[in-house]
Each structure stands twice: as structure tokens, then as C-alpha cells.
Design a binder for this molecule. Structure first.
Ligand code: ZN
Length: 240
């Protein structure tokens, strides 16, 4: 294929644009904020689940405390009634001993229940603190997520605008090439990553390999309009 040298040189501009486009597409794909965003987002379900579990424990312990309080109230009423009977003139001595014993037993039971209630109340307090902490952590994560999302969107918008400009320049640039050359360039780019490189002295600008003196001599003798290919990376070698 023969292409005027000044048109061949424009392949280097095209290659430069394509490298920039590829780099920006890669940046969109592997944007560091995306990883940070996902890492934060992945923490949310675990914290939500712990919050639900802790809330269920809070409800359960509140029920237990209510039950303990009811039991304590009942015992207190029984102690009150027994104390009235104890102080009544109608109670005989045998009953008195029995009532005193009952009051002692119930006081012991009451003290046991009240200790249990204190323990449960302390556990409840810990659970409520835990719930508050979980909410603070979730709020912080949601705040960070929003911040990261805003930053990411801002960055992506900027990259996409750059891509639009680059693609516009590319569309304009490729009109100077014959379709056959573009087809060849695209095929090489697809297979080897780079479509064209500068022949810099005796070195391929795409793969940096040094061309043998014999081959270089051959190149120098070749018609400048002839399309050359690098033996190593297969890209189009553009003489400047
Ligand atoms: Zn090469």
C-alpha cells in the first residue's frame, strides 16, 4: 500500500490520540474512588445486620426487665400483706412463725430478683450504647459514600468531557486517511495494542526494538510512500 509520507505522519497523531483515549477509558474502569466506594458500601450490610440483631436483643431484654419488675411488684405486695397479717391481733403464734419465715424467704427472693434486674439494666445500657455507636458509624459511612460518589461523578464527568474532545479530534483526523489504511491500522491496534510508531533513527518507536543494519539499509532505499511494518511489533513504521 502506498500513502503519501505527510499522511503517514498523521498516523502518529492518531496513535497518540488512541493512547490518550485508551488511558482515559482505563481510568474510568479502574478509578481509585470506585474501589474505596465499594469497600465502604460492602461494610454497610454487616453493620445493618448487627444493628437489627442488637435491636432484637434490646427488645428481648426490655421484655425480661418488665417481667422481673412484675415479679418484684407481686413479691412486694405479698410481703406487704404478710406484714399486715403479722401485725394483726388475730394471728396466732404458730401462724406468726410461719408468716415470718415466708417474709424472710420472699425478701431473699426479692433481693435476688432486684440484683438480676440491675444486671439486666446494665446489659440494656450497653446494648443501647452499642446501637448508638452503630448508628454513628452508619451515618459516617453514608456521609463518606455521598462524598466519594460526588467526587467520582465530578472526576468521571471531566474524563468523559476529555474523551468527547479526543473522539471528536479523532473523527476529524481519520478523514485524511484512505479507508484501506485505517482498516490496517485498526487491525494492528486490535491485535498488538499499538497501530503505528515512529521510526526513530534505527529504532521502532512502538516496541523500542533496534532494527538490524541490513534491514535499516533496506528501509532507507524503500519508496517513502510505501507502508512499512515493524518486524517485531507489526505496527506501521512511520518515517519522519
Ligand atoms: Zn516495533
Amino acid at each position: 500500500m502506498k500513502v503519501a509520507p505527510e499522511i503517514q505522519k498523521k498516523l502518529i497523531d492518531l496513535s497518540f490520540l488512541d493512547n490518550e483515549i485508551a488511558a482515559l477509558n482505563l481510568k474510568i474502569q479502574n478509578h481509585p474512588i470506585k474501589a474505596r466506594f465499594l469497600e465502604l458500601q460492602n461494610r454497610v450490610p454487616g453493620i445493618e445486620a448487627t444493628k437489627v440483631e442488637n435491636m432484637s436483643n434490646i427488645e428481648e431484654i426490655k421484655k425480661q426487665i418488665n417481667k422481673i419488675e412484675l415479679d418484684a411488684d407481686n413479691i412486694k405486695k405479698r410481703i406487704e400483706n404478710d406484714t399486715k397479717r403479722l401485725n394483726s391481733s388475730e394471728t396466732n403464734p404458730k401462724q406468726l412463725t410461719q408468716i415470718q419465715h415466708e417474709i424472710e424467704t420472699m425478701n431473699l427472693k426479692l433481693s435476688e430478683i432486684e440484683n438480676k434486674e440491675l444486671e439486666q439494666l446494665s446489659q440494656l445500657e450497653e446494648m443501647l450504647d452499642k446501637q448508638k455507636n452503630l448508628e454513628v458509624i452508619l451515618d459516617q459511612i453514608n456521609h463518606d459514600l455521598k462524598l466519594q460518589k460526588d467526587n467520582l461523578n465530578k472526576d468521571l464527568l471531566e474524563i468523559e468531557n476529555n474523551l468527547l474532545d479526543l473522539n471528536k479530534s479523532r473523527t476529524e483526523l481519520i478523514t485524511v486517511f484512505i479507508p484501506e489504511l485505517i482498516k490496517l491500522y485498526e487491525k494492528i491496534k486490535q491485535d498488538h495494542g499499538i497501530g503505528a510508531g515512529i521510526l526513530d533513527k534505527n529504532k521502532c518507536g512502538a516496541c523500542q526494538i533496534t532494527i538490524s543494519p541490513a534491514e535499516f539499509e533496506q528501509i532507507k532505499k524503500t519508496d517513502p510512500s510505501e507502508i512499512l511494518r515493524c518486524e517485531n511489533c507489526r505496527c506501521i513504521l512511520v518515517r519522519i
